[in-house]
Design a binder for this molecule. Structure first.
Ligand SMILES: NC(=O)c1ccc[n+]([C@@H]2O[C@H](COP(=O)([O-])OP(=O)(O)OC[C@H]3O[C@@H](n4cnc5c(N)ncnc54)[C@H](O)[C@@H]3O)[C@@H](O)[C@H]2O)c1
Length: 256
């Protein structure tokens, strides 16, 4: 579990522990089991090797670590490289490195789960307000994750490994509270916080998805939208078209 010193990652870890799993967490901040910067290949590899040595093969990898800050599309030129690199390093490179570190072991054992944390910007209902004008680098990094889901399912879907993303909207965390401070200049109100989803609700959904077992859904981007029921839609490999909910394009079919 990456990015689990606080926020959604900490809640996901607790949900998996409550479901009986052995969970080892990392974060670039103190507060997780290990201090790891997921954008650094050597740190990712050392963490995965250490977890495997101490606890056995990794069965589930939840790739949650993420960063987000406003990057105005019309912002100063001096910021363009740092805006891009900041987001890509953790949100895309970090997921890429972690996935590449765990997938070979999962394929070798013929089972495993990779869960990637996206955003509702990847599956936003048409009637939802959108802040894309100040999130171009963040969104680019998160859209890139769909490419990883697609490519990894294509490579390992027939070998018993499931790869899915969960793309939720506003969920209470330091990231979202910080976002609100920047946009309004104030702490979020209790009313605003009450309107957000709770991290443990997303954690419960993740557990439900993982408990589907080896024949459960794969190659999906599960949307979780504020104000809508937090639930998994029925899925079977044969009966439900494996369609990206926003683009309307078909992701590659996982099993033959
Ligand atoms: N909270 C929301 O409303 C929301 C909505 C959509 C998507 N997300 C996504 O959910 C995930 C979790 O976000 P959150 O809301 O809990 O935010 P958060 O800022 O509270 O937690 C993110 C965690 O990731 C860690 N992290 C950042 N860079 C890292 C790195 N390079 N290596 C290791 N750890 C690193 C942070 O230290 C932090 O503990 C992120 O991927 C975020 O993009 C959140």
């Amino acid at each position: 579990m990456t990015g689990a010193a606080r926020g959604l990652g900490a809640a996901f870890a607790q949900s998996l522990r409550d479901a009986g799993g052995t969970v080892v967490t990392c974060d670039v901040l103190p507060g997780a089991d290990a201090v790891v910067d997921v954008s650094k290949a050597d740190q990712v590899k050392a963490f995965v090797d250490d977890v495997t040595r101490k606890h056995g093969p990794i069965g589930i990898a939840v790739l949650n670590a993420g960063v987000c800050k406003f990057t105005s599309v019309l912002g100063p030129w001096e910021d363009v490289e740092s805006d891009f690199d900041f987001h890509i390093a953790t949100n895309l490179r970090g997921v890429f490195l972690c996935g590449r570190a765990v997938l070979p072991g999962m394929v070798e054992r013929g089972k495993g789960n990779v869960v990637i944390i996206g955003t509702d910007h990847l599956c936003r209902p048409a009637d939802f307000a959108y802040t894309a004008g100040v999130l171009d680098a963040y969104d680019a990094s998160k859209w890139g994750l769909m490419g990883l889901v697609n490519a990894w399912v294509n490579a390992v879907g027939s070998k018993g490994v499931r790869v899915n993303s969960i793309s939720m909207g506003a969920t209470d965390s330091e990231m979202l509270r910080g976002f609100t401070r920047v946009t309004s200049g104030k702490e979020p109100t209790p009313e605003a916080i009450a309107s957000w989803m709770r991290p443990e609700q997303i954690g419960a959904l993740m557990v439900e998805m993982l408990e589907e077992g080896p024949n459960g859904r794969t190659s999906t981007n599960v949307p979780v939208i504020v104000g809508r029921p937090i639930k998994l839609e029925p899925w079977t490999p044969s009966s439900v078209p494996n369609t990206h909910p926003y683009l309307g394009v078909q992701l590659l079919q996982p099993r033959t």
